[in-house]
Design a binder for this molecule. Structure first.
Ligand SMILES: [Zn+2]
Length: 57
């Protein structure tokens, strides 16, 4: 395990547990796989464009 720290987005608190010891919310990985929203948008845009091309054929 590389990342042992989780973050409660409700309390903005880091913890070792998957549930926040303060509020009980599910904690999240504060270091998600690196990607940019623009890249993801570009991917969907390309998928959409490809789909449009297929429909035109
Ligand atoms: Zn919390």
């Amino acid at each position: 395990m590389r990342n042992l720290m989780w973050k409660c987005e409700v309390c903005q608190r880091y913890t070792l547990h998957r549930t926040c010891p303060t509020c009980g919310s599910l904690t999240r990985n504060p270091h998600p796989p690196k990607f940019s929203p623009e890249d993801r948008f570009g991917k969907y845009r390309r998928m959409w464009k490809r789909d449009m091309l297929w429909k035109e054929v």
